[in-house]
Design a binder for this molecule. Sequence first.
Ligand code: NAD
Length: 290
Amino acid sequence: ATTTVGVIGLGSMGLGMAQTLVTKKFRTVGFDLSADRRKLAEDAGVEPLLTIGEVITVSDFLVFSLPTAQDVSGVVESHLDLFQAKSGQRVIIIDTSTSEPDVSRDLANRLASLGHGFLDAPVSGGPAGAASGKLTMMIGGSEEDLALARPVIEAMAAKALHVGPSGAGNVAKLVNNLLAAAHMITTSEGLKLALAAGIDPEAALRVVNAASGKSMISDVHFPTWVMSDRFDSGFSMGLMRKDVRLAKKLADSTGAQLPLSEQVASLWAGSADLADSDDFTRMGAFKQKN
Ligand code: NAD
């Protein structure tokens, strides 16, 4: 029988992943609260359904791409009766949202007791990576669930790294995004210094990217979205603020002392000139800053 994948959340990331699944010949159904997003998905060959319940009922695998951990647990908890009804037919949830380790562990335990699987599987690579099936995915969960979900995961991700048990994928993603958030600020400050000291920031950036100061932020995000003043990477300030806040919360809960990250967190939270709906690459703008 054909494998049916249900994508819940068809935003910047979810729509691209759903499109990729269609291209790779999975029967793909989907749901988003927004009718506009459902229409875009339909245009891309996804079967849009009108409720999350219908998606759960027909799917073998569920891919979540929701803003927050609260959205993820809300969707699962309000449909526990449907998961219970399907308990003879194992469903694996691949949660690609940047979520919280404790929430993932709790959901994995509750779904396991109903005979279902849950992998925390957050991603990196942006909307372009989602639409081309070239995401990097960091996975927490059991070997068994991962083996079952592998064909779906490999359709979406060029690199799928199993980090450890449930919650480990979320921890790795928060570590990654904390670094990306820091790189956005440090690269911006470096180019601000270049400008203040009288050299062309474009030339300074070329040097950094051929030398030891390079990061993916300096190598991809600066040329594509910051130097060009385009600021349309498709990842919002609001979502990056969430990630930095979650990384700080994780550090606090473990007792890890991270003095530079404290500063990074307060700069992202406090950048009052930028709205949550702005693109996160605006945080790299350096020309007008004093
Ligand atoms: P987005 O805001 O573009 O999309 C989220 C979608 O979820 C929206 O279309 C919204 O209508 C929908 N939604 C919200 N609650 C819902 C619900 N209960 N049921 C159904 N749909 C619901 O966000 P995004 O940029 O696609 O990010 C999704 C997740 O992926 C976030 O956790 C984000 O942190 C993470 N992420 C984003 C990027 C990126 O570059 N955009 C990269 C890696 C990870």
